[in-house]
Design a protein around this ligand. Structure first.
Ligand code: GLY
Ligand code: MN
Ligand code: MN
Length: 412
């Protein structure tokens, strides 16, 4: 509220349920901004924050409905929600267009709302803006990002504790998956094992669809079909993370299906691991995302030249962006309520600050169809990803409990 100009309103909705098929809805997960600013978990809700001089919070929630509650469980309703979630006023979501119009028509000059997230709420907000226009009230529409993102970028003590818990749960599950892995299993059996292991430890869901990519599937960056029988001699890339109390973890390990790296697999893996460790070592407050990316690209370009994946000078590999063929993504991302947590800076130059949490996830993807590669390299894919808390002077690897040295992986 204090960061908003006077006479403005910030609108933070969460989605209504959406159909999966027939009578079944998609699994519901509140939008992160609503969770962050209100803690309210039910679907079909919307928070309005008014700056001075009103300085009020309004939350729209579903009404109690005994018939519905019989099928899907308790609903807070406006009265209970007002009490528990400490907002000034709660109203039924079904009255949103009339009540929100009343709230916004007096003294509100700027509306902070981001269109394009949910069509249901877009229609509601559009209607209110049009109604205000017919009443000759002009209201300026503003991007809510500068208000909502900066506080989410630096985690408080409670958030750090929660992400540490999410990461600890995922770490144990990764180790169990490694132990269970063998040739002849379908990738999705390991996915099932991962879900079991995280839920056993208190996570309610994954933070994103788990990637269990064996052999050439590891070259598909966000492979989620997880439906292939794993073969002797192949690698398995597991990119999976638990969500705990709505906070994400995001860990990747690449290891041999049968417990033994081949010589070429081990050589590339060990070199990539060295790159990842060097990147983690440089992290500290003040470092920009661009500096991390540039440094990682340089290290990976050296690696690609050294193992004859690319030829020419390292300078040329970087300048001509040739490395992108085998490393098309960035060093990582911010981690929080969302696995790809939003970042924002007035200057566009995002810098690490104390209590930022990021991932570092270098990869090397050698497509099976790339005939410019030696045949034994084709179809190999590697990624090593850890979750990292930026401290006052450096960095703490939150996912340290999952081994990543080649020998440790073989032993497990
Ligand atoms: N699991 C998605 C990512 O690593 O960004
Ligand atoms: Mn990631
Ligand atoms: Mn990941």
């Amino acid at each position: 509220m204090g960061n908003m100009p006077e006479h403005s309103a910030l609108i933070l909705p969460s989605s209504p349920l959406t159909k999966r098929s027939g009578d079944v809805d998609h699994f519901y997960r509140p939008l992160s901004d609503l969770i962050y600013f209100s803690g309210f978990e039910e679907s079909h809700s919307c928070l309005i924050i008014l700056s001075k001089p009103s300085a009020k919070t309004h939350l729209f929630v579903q009404e109690k409905d005994p018939a519905k509650e019989l099928w899907t469980g308790p609903i807070y309703g406006p009265e209970r929600a007002e009490e528990i979630f400490q907002v000034d006023n709660c109203y039924p979501s079904s009255d949103f267009s009339d009540t929100a119009l009343k709230i916004l028509k007096n003294n509100i000059h700027s509306l902070y709302y981001n269109f394009g997230v949910n069509p249901y709420w877009d229609t509601q907000i559009e209607k209110i803006i049009n109604d205000l226009k017919t009443k000759k009230k002009t209201i300026t529409l503003c991007d809510s990002t500068p208000l909502t993102v900066p506080p989410r970028m630096q985690k408080n003590e409670e958030e750090i504790k929660t992400i540490k818990k999410a990461t600890a749960i995922s770490s144990k599950a990764h180790i169990e998956v490694m132990k269970y892995c063998r040739a002849g299993l379908n990738e999705r059996e390991l996915h099932g094992r991962f879900l079991f292991e995280i839920m056993k430890r208190g996570a309610h869901a994954e933070a994103y669809p788990g990637i269990f990519a064996s052999g050439p599937n590891a070259c598909i960056l966000h492979y989620t079909s997880n439906n292939r029988i794993m073969q002797e001699g192949e690698l398995l890339l597991v990119d999976a993370g638990a969500e705990y109390n709505y906070y994400a973890s995001d860990i990747t390990r690449t290891f041999p299906v049968n417990g033994k790296f081949s010589k070429i697999q081990k050589d590339l893996y060990t070199k990539l691991l060295e790159v990842q460790k060097q990147t983690i070592q440089m992290l500290k407050p003040g470092l920009s995302f661009k500096t991390i990316q540039d440094s990682l690209v340089e290290l990976l370009s050296h690696l690609m030249k050294e193992v004859n994946i690319l030829s020419g000078s390292v300078k040329n590999i970087i300048q001509e962006k040739k490395y992108k063929k085998y490393f098309p993504h960035t060093f990582g991302h911010s981690l929080g309520l969302d696995v790809h947590d939003p970042v924002f800076s007035e200057t566009k130059n995002i810098e690490l600050k104390e209590n930022t949490i990021i991932t570092v996830e270098p990869g090397l993807y050698l497509p099976p169809t790339d005939t410019s590669l030696k045949p034994e390299l084709r179809g190999l894919g590697f990624r090593i990803e850890d979750d990292i808390l930026i401290t006052k002077t450096g960095a703490e690897v939150l996912s340290h409990a999952v081994p990543k040295e080649a020998e440790e992986l073989e032993n497990i």
